[in-house]
Every structure is written in C-alpha cells, then in structure tokens.
Design a protein around this ligand. Structure first.
Ligand code: GDP
Length: 447
C-alpha cells in the first residue's frame, strides 16, 4: 500500500548526511521529485512540495534531521485540507451521509464498509439503497448488509430514488438511528441526468456530509471527477477506494490539495472491515516508515472488548486458555481487516509488511483446517484441551478429514502458543495493554 513511496522516501533521506552541502540537498530533492512523479502525484503539487522542503531545510541548516522534519511537515500540510477528519457526528442525530461516485468506483462496498466501521464503534446505523440505476446495486447491498448484520432500508416497489430516500430518512428519525448512509446512483461517466438526480437527492436529504468515493486506481481521472462532483454537489469529504491495489499511492498525497477537500477514509481491500480513517499526520508517519501506533490502537480498541481482554489474559495466566477462546480470538481478528495493513502500522515494520503475504482469516487453508478440528471436538473438549487422549484425537482427525499427525501437530502448536502467552502475560504486559486501551477508549475516534 505505502511501501513503494516509503522506500523512495527512505532512499531520498539517506542521500543526505549531517551538515551536508547544497549539492547533496539538490540530489535528494531530485530523487524525491522523481519518486513523487512516478507515484502519480500531480506535478504542480510536487513543485510546491519541493520548494517548501528546500526552503525549510535550508532555514534549519542542511542535514538529515532538518530534511526529514521539513518533508514531514510539508507532506502533512499538503494532506491537510480544511474540513473534518474521520467521522464527525451531527449534534442532533441522525447524522445523514450521502455517498456519491462513479459506477465501479467502490461506492456500494464503501457504503457498507462505513456502516460497519460505525457499527463496531457501537453506533446504530441505517443504510439506504437509493442506487436504482445499477440493477444489482440493491441486491449487493442486501447481501452485504445481511452478512454483516447492518440495517438496510430498501423499497423494491418504488422506482423513484428520491421517494426511497425520503422514506429512509423518516425511518432513520423514527427508529432513533445515529447515522443514515445513503447509497446513490452512479454512472460510467458524469452526465447531466446523474447530476440532476444527485442535486435533488441532496435537497431531499439535506445531508451533513457528502462523501465522494474515488477509485485510486484511476489516478488523476479520480481527481478530475471528484472536482466535477464537488462543483455540483459541494462534497465534504473524499474516500479513496482500492488503495491496496496497484495504485501508485501518490493520489492520496495530491487529492486533498488539488480539490481542497479532505480525504476522510481509505479503502484498503475488498472486505468489509478494510476501511481506515485517514488522519494526515498519522499517514505521514506511515509514509516515512515510522508506523502509526495511534491508528493501530484506535483500530484494535474498537474491536477488542476491554472486559474480554481482562478475562482472556486471566485465562492465559492460569493456563486455561481453550479452543473456544481461540475461536473467539479468531473472530475478533477478522473484524480488524487485513493483517498486512496492521503490521504496517507497527513502527519499524513497514518494510516487513511489504513482503508479507496477507493471511486470509476466513479462507486460508490452515485456518479452515484448524476450525474443522475444533468443530469436530465435543463442547467439553473445547473447554478442556487436556482431555484429548489418543482415541479422542483419532475421532477428531476423522471428523475433520485430516490425518492424526496433522491433529497432533496443531495440538502441539496450540500448547506451545499457550505456554508462550502465559510466559508473556506477566503483570507488566497486561498493565501496558490496559493503559493503552483505556486511553484510546476515552478518545473520540477520528479527529
Ligand atoms: P460501485 O459500482 O461504485 O457501487 O462499486 P462496487 O462497490 O460494486 O465496487 C466495485 C468493485 O471494487 C467490487 O468488486 C469491490 O469489491 C471492489 N472494491 C471496492 N473497494 C475496494 C477496495 O478498497 N479495495 C479493493 N481491492 N477492491 C475494492
């Protein structure tokens, strides 16, 4: 995701040494220019960034530290358009969000991702299916919402999206929802009819936010279409989808600057949990390969229940962590989304993340096998791994369609992991985790 840019930033910074001369600075700036242009950052944005970095570095005295500081500051400035960050709630609920974007940009998926993000943070969310242009859009929303236990408003009898929107708004109000997210029509290209519908939709909904979903794979085209939507609709935020793909990454750097609207979230995968709040200084930290501990804590604290953490830690310490706890932990992990992106948020590990193959917690062969084994156990066995003698192991292997050797190997791994966890679950480890969680739980998410 960020690896290519992070690598080129690192190599640029390494071109300068302490108390270096102008020649070295020029070399570093040339290098920076090349990598930014290659990453698809708009040339005007590049020019402006380089100029400010040069001036700031010279003012402080040329050296690695001053260059790094100048680069960080100016990148943050460029990413910071006036407006809000993360999700902002209206003073009086429901907060109404209208989603806009071209067909195929990821608008429908992002609508559900956003609903899921809010639901994990204990908000009552209603999604409204008002994209009646694309035939499959309502069906797609139905499926995604059902799978993720999200309330959806749709009306298959009604052909007028404005009427559906009106009814959805009424339901959001009467049902005391915190947030209403409305999926609207998209087209393959911008046209008058589409814009008319969206402008009317805006009048009906009077939304607090209009989020434009831009496909980061389409590079500068995404910026141009976002600008057109902004002219007609006055969007309040951009969500960059498909940032995990082959996009060159630079689009995140220039979009806020070019349109003057803040990036609010980025989509980093096809799955519903793969959405991240976009906070400029945190993203810059990641671009610099310094990780993003705040972001990591924000993400995990929404998923991990503090009470459960205490309970599990106690069990680990007592050595009574069992297979049900294991399944439970696996479910929590799934809510965190891509593990690769989590690793990238740990300081010093961005490089490692780049070379990691992402683990698919639902579909990986290994995890499917482990689950099959656990599901072949009796409830008592799941609670108490020490019950597993040879005949029980044989039965489990048969039930899961595996060899007994495979079952033995898994059980051994499980025992070792439980032992390790017990060793590291001393008072200090638990204290650190609890402090981190309680700090994060008192913070509003986003900014
Ligand atoms: P819509 O026409 O704008 O509603 O687009 P969809 O929501 O149907 O998305 C189009 C395709 O993009 C689907 O296959 C999605 O799974 C995929 N998609 C959406 N967001 C992301 C993302 O952040 N990363 C990846 N890799 N794929 C995405």
């Amino acid at each position: 995701m960020f690896e290519a840019l992070t690598d080129s930033f690192r190599s640029t910074i390494n071109k300068i040494r302490f108390a270096d001369d102008e020649k070295a600075l020029k070399k570093a700036l040339d290098n920076l220019k090349k990598s930014l242009l290659k990453a698809d950052v708009h040339h005007k944005v590049v020019r402006e960034l380089l100029k400010s970095v040069e001036l700031d570095t010279k003012r402080e005295g040329i050296g690695k530290e001053s260059f790094l500081k100048a680069l960080k500051k100016n990148l943050t400035d460029i990413l910071t358009a006036p407006g809000h960050y993360g999700f902002v709630f209206a003073s009086k609920p429901p907060t109404v969000v209208m989603m806009a974007g071209l067909q195929g940009s990821g608008k429908t998926t992002t609508t559900v991702k956003l609903a899921y993000y809010l639901k994990l943070r204990k908000k009552k969310v209603l999604v409204a299916a008002c994209d009646l242009q694309r035939l499959a859009a309502v069906e797609q929303l139905k499926q995604l919402c059902e799978q993720n236990d999200i309330d959806l408003f749709y009306d298959e009898e009604e052909k007028d999206p404005l009427k559906v929107a009106k009814k959805a708004l009424e339901k959001a109000k009467s049902g005391l929802y915190d947030v209403l997210i409305v999926d609207t029509a998209g087209r393959l290209a911008i046209d008058e009819e589409l814009m008319d519908e969206l402008v009317k939709m805006k009048e009906v909904l009077n939304p607090h936010e209009i989020f434009y979903v831009a496909d980061s794979m389409t590079g500068q085209d995404a910026v141009r279409s976002a600008a057109t939507f902004n002219e007609k609709l006055k969007i309040t935020g951009v969500i960059l989808s498909k940032y995990d793909g082959d996009s060159k990454g630079g689009i995140a750097i220039s979009i806020a600057k070019q349109i003057g609207i803040p990036l609010r979230f980025i989509g980093i995968g096809e799955k519903v949990p793969d959405l991240e709040v976009f906070v400029p200084d945190r993203i810059v930290s990641r671009l610099m390969g310094e990780g993003d501990i705040e972001g990591l804590a924000e993400k995990t604290s929404a998923v991990i229940d503090e009470k459960k953490v205490k309970h599990i830690t106690k069990k680990i310490k007592k050595g009574s962590f069992n297979f049900n706890d294991f399944l439970d932990q696996l479910e929590s992990m799934k809510k965190l989304g891509s593990l690769k992106s989590l690793v990238g948020m740990i300081p010093g590990l961005s490089k490692v993340a780049g070379s990691l193959k992402d683990i698919d917690l639902e579909n990986s062969k290994e995890i499917k096998r482990i689950k099959a084994m656990i599901y072949s156990m009796t409830p008592k066995e799941r609670e108490n791994p020490s019950l597993l003698n040879n005949s029980r192991k044989r039965r489990i292997a048969k039930g899961a369609g595996l060899s007994q050797m495979e079952v033995n190997r898994f059980l051994k791994q499980f025992q070792n992991a439980a032992k390790m966890a017990k060793k590291f679950s001393g008072k200090k480890g638990m204290q650190d985790l609890q402090n981190l969680l309680s700090r994060q739980n008192n913070l509003p998410f986003g900014r």
